[in-house]
Design a protein around this ligand. Sequence first.
Ligand code: NAD
Length: 362
Amino acid sequence: MSDTLLFGHDGLARAIAVAFRAAGTPDDTALAIADMLVDANLSGHDSHGIQMVKYYLDCQAQGGLDAHATPRVFDESGAVVRIDGGRGFGAVTGAFAMQHGIANARKNGVALVALANSHHLGRIGRWAELCLESGMVSVHFVNVWGHRPLVAPWGGRKIRLGTNPICAGMPATANHPAFVLDFATSRVAFGKVGVAFDKGEVLPEGVMMDRDGAMTRDPGAMVDNEDGGALIAMGEHKGSGLAVLCDLLAGVLTGNGVGTPERQDGDTTINGMLSFVIDPDALGGFAAMESEIEALYDWVRSSLTAEGHDAILLAGDPERIAREDRMAHGIPLAAAAWEGFIEAAMLQGVTREALEQAVSSS
Ligand code: NAD
């Protein structure tokens, strides 16, 4: 196991913004990226936090990402909003898409937001949470291409699919926090393989095959190994089917395109996202729904726990618990992950001292 360091979230965000400004990213975009990445660390998803900085900077340098892109609505007709992200940062395109979806849903009761051609949208739960801030229910399907596929279809041992995530959010009630279900359709998101690699840890059983189709717990079988293995789809044939559904909805319907070999041989990440944004006011108002929602949560939580579990959690609980803990006590990072960030930022001409000062100044 490698050493772990503790960071305050504000300092980490300042340091990330310094790195992107040095790379020529506009100031408001640099701040949006820093906020998105640190929020992922705060919510416990280190795979989608500061660890992404080096990757984003590489994509920017190689032209797989346009730091100056402005997303645009190219068609809005009734409840349908079609957006081209221009290969811009997901921190910008995701927020833009949700703002349009929320405004449209207020008008029409429901909005269908088709976002194509976005760079990596990060933790998709962030976009459901943005909808929740406006009292909106939402469902999101995302597809992924721009780099080699990572997931074998059920029954196969060769990579064909992206980790295509699915997400949904339901607002908090008087007595229960918001429900935010957000998961990759692979057993684990690929970033978690990188986190395990950095920490010198092995993976859980049953999440990855090596290049010959044998199960492995070694993250090195896929990290820094272009000829490597494959992630396993969650839920066997069901997760594999959901991953294909994500390509159909977020790839075909949005116009983003699906993951096929000619789109999977680059070094970037392109996400399409099809989002349903629903205004509960159009369905009788959220207040009238709260007692049903609470009855469901109470019933589910009342189950006796199974061996190895302390409590019944609902989706969104782990992220909320992590956020409370990390806001209060700091964000733990593997020393290797911090050094990886420093090296990536220094390549942009920033000094180690400037980054350390950004992290520690208040
Ligand atoms: P995960 O396996 O940690 O599962 C997360 C979901 O399960 C959350 O909704 C969480 O609240 C819930 N959960 C976790 N433990 C629980 C428990 N004990 N009881 C009840 N619910 C529980 O997540 P993952 O599949 O590894 O995905 C991680 C992140 O990666 C997600 O935020 C996803 O959006 C993101 N991702 C992004 C892309 C992209 O291209 N942008 C691709 C893949 C994944």
